[in-house]
Design a binder for this molecule. Structure first.
Ligand code: MLT
Length: 257
C-alpha cells in the first residue's frame, strides 16, 4: 500500500493491472479491501487503483468534518500524483456519491462511471436528520451500535455480515462522523447525470434493502443511455456477494466506450 500526502492528510492506495485507469471507491463505513475479490477479475483490462477514502482504512484516520466534494478532491489529487488526466470510476454506495461529485467537479476527467449499489439523489429531510442523530450517538458512545444496525442491512449472508462487522469496527469515530455529515449535505446530482456523455453503468443487487434497486432505475429514467446490471440475490454488497457479476458490470463501461 502506498500513501500520498494531500490536503493535509495521507491517502492510502494500491494499484494492480494494466489498461484503462479505473478507480474503485469504497462505501461507508468501509475501506478499499471490499474490492479485493473483484480486483483480480478486472486487472487484465484495467489499471486498477484502489484508495482508502479520507478517514478510512490506512488513510489518515484523525480527520475533521468534510464534504463529499472534499473526498472527490482527494481522488483528483491521487490521479494528478499518478499523472493520469482521466480515469473511469466505480463507486460503491457512498463511493458512488464521491465518484459522481468527482465527475461533476472535474469535467472531462471521469471517462466512465459505474455506480454500485448507489444513487444520484440527495437525502430526504428525515434521512438527513437521522444522519445527525447518528453523528451524536457515535460521538457519545462510539461506532458499536451503528455497526450492529448496519451489518444486517448490508447483506443477508451471515458469513459476510461477520466480516463486515469486523471491517466496520476498525474504522475511526472521526471517519464515521465526518462521512455521515458529508453524506447528509450532499447535493442531488441526478440532473448532472442526465448530461453525462460517457459510459454510465448501474450495478445493483435486486435484494438491496439499504438503497433499493428502484434508485438505479431513477438514474436510468434521468439518463436513458445508462445500463442497469441487476445482480440477482445480492444485497448492498454485490462486490462481496457476487464478485463475478460485479466485475462483469464494471467491465461493461469499456464496451460502451
Ligand atoms: C454506504 O453504504 O456507503 C452508505 O450506507 C450509503 C448511505 O448511507 O447513503
Amino acid at each position: 500500500m502506498e500513501t500520498l500526502k494531500t490536503n493535509g492528510i495521507e491517502i492510502a492506495w494500491r494499484r494492480r493491472g494494466r489498461g484503462t485507469p479505473l478507480v474503485l471507491v469504497h462505501g461507508f463505513p468501509l475501506d478499499g479491501t471490499i474490492w479485493d475479490d473483484v480486483v483480480p477479475l478486472l486487472a487484465n483490462e484495467f489499471d486498477v487503483i484502489v484508495p482508502d477514502l479520507r478517514g478510512f482504512g490506512r488513510s489518515t484516520t484523525d480527520v475533521g468534518p468534510c464534504t463529499i466534494t472534499d473526498m472527490a478532491g482527494d481522488l483528483a489529487a491521487l490521479l494528478d500524483h499518478l499523472d493520469l488526466s482521466e480515469a473511469m470510476l466505480a463507486g460503491h454506495s457512498m463511493g458512488g456519491y464521491v465518484a459522481l461529485a468527482f465527475a461533476k467537479k472535474h469535467p472531462g476527467r471521469a471517462s466512465g462511471l459505474c455506480l454500485v449499489a448507489s444513487q444520484a439523489g440527495a437525502d430526504t429531510p428525515e434521512g438527513k436528520e437521522g444522519r445527525y442523530r447518528t453523528i451524536e450517538a457515535v460521538t457519545a458512545a462510539g461506532t458499536g451500535a451503528l455497526v450492529e444496525t448496519m451489518a444486517p442491512k448490508l447483506t443477508a449472508d451471515p458469513r459476510l455480515q461477520e466480516l463486515l462487522r469486523a471491517l466496520m469496527s476498525r474504522q475511526s469515530r472521526a471517519a464515521v462522523t465526518g462521512a455521515l455529515g458529508a453524506m447528509a449535505e450532499r447535493k442531488d446530482l441526478t440532473g448532472f447525470l442526465s448530461s453525462f456523455a460517457d459510459p454510465l453503468v448501474l450495478v445493483h443487487g435486486d435484494a438491496d434493502t439499504l438503497i433499493p434497486l428502484a434508485r438505479a432505475y431513477d438514474v436510468k429514467a434521468a439518463a436513458p443511455s445508462a445500463l442497469v446490471v441487476e445482480v440477482p440475490g445480492a444485497g448492498h454488497m454485490p462486490m462481496l456477494e457476487n464478485p463475478a457479476a460485479t466485475a462483469a458490470g464494471i467491465l461493461k463501461m469499456l464496451a460502451m466506450d
